[in-house]
Design a protein around this ligand. Structure first.
Ligand SMILES: NC(=O)c1ccc[n+]([C@@H]2O[C@H](COP(=O)([O-])OP(=O)(O)OC[C@H]3O[C@@H](n4cnc5c(N)ncnc54)[C@H](OP(=O)(O)O)[C@@H]3O)[C@@H](O)[C@H]2O)c1
Length: 357
């Protein structure tokens, strides 16, 4: 039977989103998706019940592609199982960070650098969620005006940590509202996340930057093929369930006005510009008269028309530095930041005849 035999390792929020995106994109599966995790059980993903297998060598036999959405590190899913899946003949597309900076492994955002997929490596890495949405917005501007320096601060949803962090925020909110002590699991965040902002994502390194901040630096350089790009980051966890936002200050080699950037981004693949005078029919007349602008927020990524897009607003010139713009960039970390990106990569493999259609 024609179509792709696909596997999924990991049934957290990213695994769940991969199932949703495969369904919505009518991804041509020739047999039911083979779902794996650390133990055998049944799980409901995107409203459908799946029999989850314990991940083992045998489970990869006969698969054409495997989406990895497991944990990272030595005991993580792709470190433990990607070799095995490739030995069984499957392409592996990994959401985790373990192989992203390996020079032999392409690190791919389909709107930006599909040419990195050469077929030499059957393992393809998908970048960090914060990196993906930033490079989708930066790449079209980079092609025209050449990015020189980036200063980015992120506002990252708790789902970026995984399901346990989403459960923790939900459990903490009533405790906070009741005015009592707010309990927290220190293996997730270092203090309660409910109605607070924590400038701490992943571990601290000797440089004072966190690993999350350095991922954005190194991955952006690799994806844009600009190893010396100047980029400095502050990654902040905020009490939002889904959807990361970023304030991006970007300096270019060549002049680029806000108007030109708006026009370029309006045509850019995967980008939706939400900028200019407010279109909100409920906006107060007085605010419209004062020139209120529209802008995207993380809540917008739940709207069906924006679910897979990178939303850009607040495009404006920075009067304190030459050739410099400020942007506000928002996307769904579970979808464009993970699931949509890996499914798009698999769709490209089909388009190139590297996976059976
Ligand atoms: N969340 C995001 O916004 C986001 C964005 C981009 C990339 N990512 C990356 O995507 C991956 C998944 O994220 P998530 O938030 O869905 O994580 P999660 O909630 O922690 O879920 C991880 C899943 O992977 C399974 N798993 C872990 N280690 C495994 C192993 N050695 N073998 C087989 N299965 C294993 C777990 O199995 P059990 O259920 O049996 O424990 C669990 O189902 C992570 O690498 C993360 O860094 C996440």
């Amino acid at each position: 039977m024609a179509g792709v035999r696909a596997g999924l390792v990991g049934v957290g929020p990213v695994g769940d989103a991969i199932v949703s995106v495969l369904k919505e994109h009518h991804f041509p599966l020739s047999e039911p998706l083979r779902v794996m995790a650390t133990s055998c059980r049944s799980e409901v993903l995107c409203g459908e019940e799946f029999l989850v297998q314990e991940t083992c060598e045998r489970a990869f036999q006969g698969l054409d592609v495997v989406f990895f959405a497991g944990r990272e590190g030595a005991k993580g899913a792709s470190v433990q199982w990607a070799e095995c899946a490739m030995a069984a003949g499957a392409w592996c597309i990994d959401n985790g960070s373990d192989f992203r900076l390996d020079p032999k492994v392409p690190l791919v955002v389909p709107e930006v650098n599909l040419d990195a997929v050469t077929g030499e490596s059957k393992l393809i890495a998908s970048p960090n969620c914060s990196t993906i949405q930033m490079v989708v917005a930066l790449a079209p501007l980079h092609r025209v005006a050449c990015v020189k320096r980036v200063v980015v601060s992120t506002y990252q949803a708790v789902s970026g940590w995984g399901k346990a962090a989403m459960d923790e925020l939900l459990a903490q909110l009533p405790q906070y509202l009741a005015g009592g002590p707010v309990e927290f699991d220190p293996s997730i965040f270092t203090r309660p996340i409910a109605l607070d902002c924590l400038p701490h994502i992943d571990r601290f390194t000797e440089s004072g930057y966190t690993k999350e901040e350095l991922k954005m630096v190194n991955e952006t350089r690799k994806i844009l093929s600009e190893p010396d790009l100047q980029i400095t980051t502050t990654a902040v966890r905020v009490p939002v369930m889904v959807g990361h936002a970023e304030s991006v200050n970007v300096q270019f080699e060549r002049p680029l006005s806000a108007e030109e950037a708006r026009a370029i981004l309006a045509e850019a693949p995967g980008v939706v510009v939400i900028d200019g005078p407010t279109q909100d029919p409920n906006a107060l007349e007085i605010r419209k008269a004062e020139g209120e602008l529209q802008y995207p927020t993380p809540a917008d990524v739940l709207r069906p028309e924006y679910r897979d897009a990178t939303l850009v607003g607040r495009i404006r010139e920075d009067s304190t530095a030459p050739n410099t713009l400020n942007l506000w960039v928002v996307a769904d970390n579970l979808r464009k930041g993970a699931a949509t990106n890996v499914v798009q990569i698999a769709e490209e493999l089909i388009a190139r005849g590297l996976l059976p259609a």
